[in-house]
Design a protein around this ligand. Sequence first.
Ligand code: AMO
Length: 414
Amino acid sequence: MKGQKVTVGGWVEDLRELGKLSFLTLRDVTGVAQIVIVGEEGLREVRDLTRQSVIRVTGTVQETKARDFPFEIKSEKIEILSMAVHPLPIDPIGRLESNIDNRLNARALDLRNQKTASIFKIRHHVLQSIRATLTDLGFLEVNTPKIIGSASEGGANLFSLKYFEKQAYLAQSPQLYKEQLTLGLERIFEISSFYRAEKSHTVRHLTEFTSVDIEADFMDYTDVMEILETVITNAFENVERNCLEEQKMLGVEVRRPQTPFARITYQQAILELGREGIDLAVGDDLQDAHLRKLGDLHPGFYFLTDWPMSLKPFYIHEKDDNPMLSKSFDLQYGYLELSSGGMRLHDPRRIRARLKEQGLDPAQFEDHLKAFDWGMPPHSGWGLGLDRLIAVITKMENVRETVLYPRDPERLFP
Ligand code: AMO
């Protein structure tokens, strides 16, 4: 290596003048290199250079006294390929902290911050792991439409849009499609953006979020809970093994969580909250404050199971031994809901009855319900909020940190 002539390209991270020498730190995708510039002429070339400008350096590798570098490059020629403005809107090295709004407004530049970049490298590994785990378990990856003609799950939180002369909506979930697909493809998964027109100003809600959805024929809700546990633990293991630099950069230690995750029924949760002085009746939904309390009692992963039917969407199956309760679950990490799922109804008469009970018009769902007359198998599935999962793995408080260009009620740009 020593004495070798090299050409390297990258971004100027730092530039220090020390008498007749200048030291330049150059970063590219593989890491950082120290460039030494000797003499007046070289200095003149780089004196006006700004941080984050893109340059190409040709020089010779030599030994260095610097502690942080195994060697350095003595520059012979510097070409400026792209000059960055000064001052930049944020300091991408992170020496000067910027608030999240300023960072998101300059997201492309924020990604030069190695801490920010680490979150997205980890996100990549998690996605790879989820795809590998589900494929190994016999699931097929599919893509369902995001422009839909009628409200998929009922509810008011749909974005509507003009579709030529018709009214259309952005899908809030692949729920109805993924259920239909179990008829022909048996076990499927989808990883995609979905849309919720909710004016929620919290650190865990976005109007566009990424969901990992699965649906499988002939499985009960406990079977898909086990699959979810495997998906999550494999993702942690993959990051633990393959993202050492990124963990160091973020100051976190990612470890495979203990399994099996605790399984707490809704009724047990009500009792636990009662002991903490929060009195709820069976049938009451768990509000944020209740989940915060449960999160204090159960700081890691746990399933909340067997919710009252009255709190669940029309497609959820009741329990065999108690029709007031459902074969459903949420996966929690402390207070944070990461996933929800359950066994589905596959008898179209019962789905029609449930739709009416919930004040929905079965006629609106006829296109969907047709498929239930064509040999619909019993099936179960779940939806997992990927952005929230990444926030848990990277220990980020705000889910916006885990999304490149987050959308929330206030943020539509960049
Ligand atoms: P649910 O509405 O609970 O279930 O959504 C599943 C998971 O998606 C994530 N999530 C969100 N993340 C960020 N911002 C949002 N606005 C947002 N909304 C949801 C959460 C949540 O747990 N069809 C069912 C799933 C199923 O039964 O298969 C559904 O959509 O992590």
